[in-house]
Write a protein that binds this ligand. Structure first.
Ligand SMILES: Nc1nc2c(c(=O)[nH]1)N[C@H]1C(S)=C(S)[C@@H](COP(=O)(O)OP(=O)(O)OC[C@H]3O[C@@H](n4cnc5c(=O)[nH]c(N)nc54)[C@H](O)[C@@H]3O)O[C@H]1N2
Ligand SMILES: Nc1nc2c(c(=O)[nH]1)N[C@H]1C(S)=C(S)[C@@H](COP(=O)(O)OP(=O)(O)OC[C@H]3O[C@@H](n4cnc5c(=O)[nH]c(N)nc54)[C@H](O)[C@@H]3O)O[C@H]1N2
Ligand SMILES: [Mo]
Length: 788
């Protein structure tokens, strides 16, 4: 049951080790890792069969990340982490009522994330029984009736009920869920993207008039320069390494800004290429690699913009050609002059100090940028999860706008979305922001007056829970309590909720913090066959390039007692809401094409001929005005937004005071709060997640030793003690003053109010902390990597 021994009391059983990984990403390591997980989940024979349908037309869409599903897929359009996610869902293991009879909830709370999901797929609806402190099986009918009664009894529907969802949910279930919430009476639809690319949803509309990126896979094939900020494709979107490899082989410069030298951004060996596997011939990915300080991107980007402007002005003065795209700026943008004046005022010393880079590095990037004609700006959590995340994303857009790199083939802005349908969810109405969805149309279509008041996003939901204003929390997928900040404050507050409903597929920590009335409702996954009276149903999802694809499940559900997410919402809605002849829950539940008709009626620009087009190779792209250089902004143009300043962390004490900036990271062996194992192969860490990655000079300066256990304490002036102990020191190639640790273990350190200004995305990549030795002993000497 516990193959990977871990901490046992104060003793460390399996030896954690650290040895820098010198091999390319992908390669044989990837193949081995896939073999291990298939064996562990008992699906060595079955999953490889399923994988032939992976990301294929008429197949299923990968349940791992949101990376593009190409029109001409590879024979095997999957990656190491996609296989892990598939094996995770199709596992042979089952978490049955017998398991719950054997373990109290209090006992299970002492298990870590890895072990909680090991028992496998949940098989029965369960209700928490406080007397025995156990989950016990109930009938669906009983569960739905009680939940409906509780939802109906909430006094203030606007404040008292929250409808969370996680980004794996299909378009069909998402659309019904938002409709249900709005008919019920609120816009309290926080979702995982609030912790993720909410920064994008706030930054991009003001800049370019749409909340999503502009880039397609075809653009990657036509680009002549790729700027890569704060995203780790080797672990989090490995299939993306194929177009990057292809670009690199074409001689396209790929310029990376990342505090860590991520292996996938350095070298890649395609595990699906027999030649590469046999010859070991790998590809260099990044042509420039700049180890920017955590939170230093705003300054780094400002520096690059400044260098571009300088180059332009120098060329003009010497009677040379324009470097800026002056015609584009004049015709299509607003705010250039103010922005240029601001850039002229910035001084290099300050930009160097804040970015942690040399002026020459930013200038080197600017040089390549100025010579390129079709530039893509890629980014991920390294930009969005910061106090100044919104302004940083806008600064990247400013850089692109300076040379007209938007609405041009091979160019554009490319946020890499996380969950496999997080973007689609938002498209079809899961949003707490009423202005992001056509509520007038929704009201007309279904004959009701939708609530217009903004709902809670994730952080606001947490704040309301802390104030005891929330009575009922409905969690449709995900692991909310584990994914959010401030576990020390949130977990006790969670227990005070009246109703908690966990619609999940595997056991997780959120379900182990029951409110007065608490349910686990297990559902069918998207890889499984969803059969209704009308036959097998299909679903649809949107990838990171805004292309929408059909999804057909292929395995029998993990248990005959599971129902689909769509059916669950319909069953509940019928019990909670007044009958409304325009809302046909019965029809939706049997035939999901009826839901797609409603989506197409609400959003006709994007979803016309939905039923047919979702099966086209490559899917269909939704309406993206910025690609046609139509700017749906307040000025009717693309806005170059001048930041309020570079002092995003003026409120953060500096390194000089012993304060370090903690970045919370994902390992190569996890999907968010789902932990597949304790290794992070590409970062060379084995058998532990309790590490703190540090620069050797910080280790020396603080008088610490490698392998010593330390306690991390958050620096905050709110009087709350946030700390995490037993973290092992590892000397790592990371900028001075920055440290790295794993999410979700480190979330206990993140104050709920530490979020991106404007978007409230938790600022998970710069948490100010201090480090304290637990005692003198070196607990894990193997973490010392012997050089030479
Ligand atoms: N296998 C796997 N795939 C996943 C996930 C997973 O957990 N596992 N999660 C999915 C989800 S929901 C999401 S949102 C995405 C997340 O995918 P990513 O966006 O890649 O997120 P992270 O791994 O959190 O961190 C991204 C990178 O940002 C860098 N970074 C940290 N701070 C900074 C900074 O200040 N500046 C810069 N320039 N870089 C910085 C880190 O070193 C890291 O390389 O992946 C999705 N895909
Ligand atoms: N410190 C820190 N915190 C972070 C982040 C970070 O980088 N650092 N990243 C943030 C980001 S980007 C995100 S997206 C959030 C993730 O937040 P969530 O999306 O809430 O969390 P997940 O870990 O993806 O959820 C995993 C659970 O989903 C359930 N599940 C899986 N598949 C299905 C399904 O098909 N249907 C249903 N109903 N349930 C299913 C399983 O029971 C599983 O336990 O975390 C955020 N939190
Ligand atoms: Mo995410």
């Amino acid at each position: 049951m516990f193959p990977q021994l871990y901490w046992h009391g104060d003793r460390l059983l399996d030896k954690p080790t650290y040895k820098p990984y010198r091999l390319p990403s992908g390669g044989w390591g990837s193949a081995r890792s896939v073999g291990n997980i298939l064996r562990r989940e008992g699906v060595l024979a079955s999953v490889p069969m399923a994988l032939t349908r992976h990301n294929k037309v008429d197949g299923y869409q990968c349940n791992s990340c949101a990376w593009v599903k190409p029109a001409s897929p590879l024979p095997f359009e999957f990656c190491e982490n996609g296989v892990k996610a598939v094996a995770w869902e199709l596992t042979a293991h089952r978490c049955t009522p017998k398991f719950f009879a054997e373990h109290t909830v209090t006992e299970l709370r002492s298990w870590d994330d890895f072990h909680l999901e090991q028992p496998g797929r949940l098989t029965h609806p369960l209700r928490y029984d406080a007397a025995s402190d156990k989950y016990v099986p109930v009938s669906w009918g009983h569960a739905l009736e009680e939940i409906a009664r509780e939802l109906g009894a909430v006094e203030d529907r606007h404040k008292g009920t929250v409808f969370y969802s996680s980004g794996r949910l299909s378009n069909e279930a998402s659309y019904l869920y938002q409709l249900f919430a709005r008919l019920y009476g609120n816009n309290n639809l926080p979702d995982s993207s609030n912790m993720c690319h909410e920064t994008t949803s706030v930054a991009l509309p003001a800049s370019i008039g749409q909340a999503v990126g502009t880039v397609t896979l075809e653009d990657f094939g036509r680009s002549d320069c790729i700027l890569f900020f704060g995203q780790n494709p080797g672990s989090n979107s490995p299939r993306m390494l194929h177009p990057l490899q292809e670009a690199s082989e074409r001689g396209v410069p790929i310029i990376t800004y990342n505090p860590l030298r991520e292996r996938g951004l350095e070298r890649f060996l395609n595990p699906q290429s027999p030649t590469e596997m046999l010859t070991g011939k790998d590809t260099r990915i990044s042509s420039q690699y700049h180890q920017v300080k955590a939170g230093g991107d705003l300054a780094a980007l400002a520096g690059i913009c400044k260098a571009v402007l300088d180059t332009h002005e120098a060329s003009r003065e010497a009677g040379g050609p324009a470097v800026l795209d002056e015609a584009f700026i004049a015709e299509h943008t607003h705010g250039f002059d103010t922005f240029a004046d601001w850039l002229r005022l910035q001084n290099w010393d300050e930009l160097e100090r804040r970015s942690g880079l040399h002026r020459a590095e930013m200038e080197a990037t600017a040089r390549v940028y100025c010579q390129s004609h079709a530039v893509i700006g890629v980014y991920g959590m390294g930009l969005t999860q910061h106090r100044a995340g919104v302004e940083t994303v806008r600064m990247l857009v400013n850089l692109l706008l300076m040379r007209g790199n938007l609405g041009r083939v091979g160019a554009g802005i490319c946020p890499i979305r996380g969950h496999s349908n997080v973007q689609g969810q938002r498209t079809v109405g899961i949003t707490e922001k009423p202005e992001l969805f056509p509520l007038d149309q929704l009201g007309e279509q279904f004959g009701f007056e939708p609530p217009r008041e903004a709902g809670y996003n994730t952080v606001e939901a947490c704040e309301a829970i802390l104030k005891d204003e929330v009575q009922a929390f409905f969690m449709l997928g995900g692991n909310f309590v584990r994914a959010i900040p401030d576990h020390g404050q949130m977990e006790p507050a969670w227990r005070r909720l009246r109703l908690t409903v966990n619609v999940i597929t595997k056991l997780n920590r959120s379900a182990l913090l029951p409110g007065a009335v608490s349910y686990i409702l297990p559902v069918i996954g998207r890889l499984e066959i969803d059969e209704t009276k009308a036959g097998q149903q299909v679903l649809s999802m949107e990838d990171t390039s805004a292309c929408i694809h059909g999804n057909r499940g292929l395995r029998r559900p993990a248990s005959p007692h599971l129902i689909s997410e769509v059916r669950l919402i319909c069953e509940l809605a019928r019990r909670v809401l007044e009958p409304n002849p325009r809302v046909r829950w019965d029809a939706y539940q049997e035939d999901y094409a009826e839901i797609r008709k409603e989506i197409a009626e609400t959003l006709p620009d994007s979803f016309w001929d939905y039923e047919r087009r979702m099966w086209e190779p490559g899917g269909f792209q939704r309406h993206l005005p910025a690609n046609k250089r139509e700017w749906h902004t307040d000025t009717g143009r693309a806005n170059l937004v001048t930041p309020t300043g570079l002092d995003e962390d003026a409120d953060m004490p500096d390194v000089g005071h012993g304060v370090l900036r903690l970045m919370t990271l994902r390992s190569n062996d996890q999907f968010n709060t789902t932990v597949y194992g304790y290794d992070d192969r590409f970062r060379g860490i084995k058998n532990t997640r309790k590490v703190v990655l540090m620069n050797r000079s910080d280790i020396d300066r603080l008088g610490l030793k490698i392998g010593q256990a330390v306690t991390l304490k958050t620096v905050a002036d709110d009087g709350i003690d946030r700390r995490l102990s037993d973290m092992l020191v590892v000397a790592y190639d990371i900028p001075i003053g920055c440290i790295g640790g794993y999410y979700p273990e480190c979330n206990v350190l993140m104050p709920i109010w530490h979020y991106a200004i404007g978007s409230k995305t938790p600022a998970a990549k710069t948490i100010p902390v201090t480090l304290h030795a637990d005692d003198d002993r070196v607990l894990a000497p193997q973490l010392e990597y012997a050089t030479g």
